[in-house]
Design a protein around this ligand. Structure first.
Ligand code: FES
Length: 247
């Protein structure tokens, strides 16, 4: 499929969504580019390095997995938290309220989030990652300036933003002003996991603007905005990134 046809399809889906809103008499601005509700991208199957489907059962509890979605250069964490998640009503920095419906799999314990920090967009690169999932207890300063300790957090050591993946990647502490963008997952009848879109405050335009040169070199393409189609390969973060900075 050409890039043009991919964009045509995406825009067509947005057009359909907008048309549905207009038909319902809702605010047409509600489906603007910055809308925090479900944005559907390509439905992409998650596979391992041998193209075998990823299911909840194939994900080790506590392992920090990485894949790229919805674009070829935008990293996401995939996590089996090993505990139940709870749906959450969340808010973006510009005040848009959205609903995160929890994970998938047993106890809804499998979740995915953009690995681009909502503060200054620190993200995993081949040489180093300052943002990581911490299954074991980590110490941080919470939103009330108290020292807190807990596991199952996503911790960005750049300026110490901490997110709660059990609760939609809500901000627990640090300078980030909104949750990480959530990747919406679906399970098919065989248990295979698929990514279908995002909810929450996307930062992709800013991300591409700021990091385009480095991303082009790292991904050996000028088309860093190419959408992922078909399948996305999931690997442990350690298999992708040489150094992980933990704080
Ligand atoms: S970039 Fe993550 S805390 Fe600043």
């Amino acid at each position: 499929m050409s890039n043009d046809s991919r964009f045509t399809r995406r825009h067509f889906m947005r057009f359909c969504a907008t048309t549905a809103v207009l038909a319902a008499g809702a605010d047409p601005g509600a489906f603007a580019e910055s809308d925090a509700r479900l944005r559907r991208y390509e439905r992409v199957k998650l596979v391992d390095e041998r193209d075998r489907p990823i299911t909840a059962a194939t994900l080790k509890v506590g392992e920090n997995y990485l894949f790229y979605y919805p674009y070829v250069a935008t990293p996401c964490f995939l996590l089996n938290l090993g505990k139940a998640t709870t749906a959450a009503s969340l808010q973006t920095e510009d005040g848009q309220v959205y609903q995160w419906n929890g994970g998938v799999g047993p106890h809804r314990s499998v979740v995915a989030f953009s690995a681009i920090c909502a503060h200054k967009m620190s993200h995993p690169a081949r040489e180093v990652s300052f943002i990581n999932y911490r299954h074991q207890p980590a110490t941080f300063v919470d939103a009330h300036d108290n020292t807190a300790q807990r596991g199952q957090v996503i911790y960005c050591c750049s300026e110490k933003s901490v997110y709660d993946p059990v609760n939609g990647a809500r901000v627990l502490g640090g300078p980030a002003k909104q949750p990480l963008t959530a990747i919406v997952l679906e399970q098919d009848k065989d248990g295979a996991l698929h990514a279908i879109g995002t909810v929450g405050g996307e930062m992709y335009d800013k991300f591409f603007e700021r990091f385009s040169s480095r991303l082009s070199l790292e991904f050996r393409t000028n088309d860093i905005r190419k959408l992922v189609t078909g399948a996305a390969t999931v690997k442990p973060l350690v298999a992708y990134c040489r150094n992980q900075i933990l704080c």
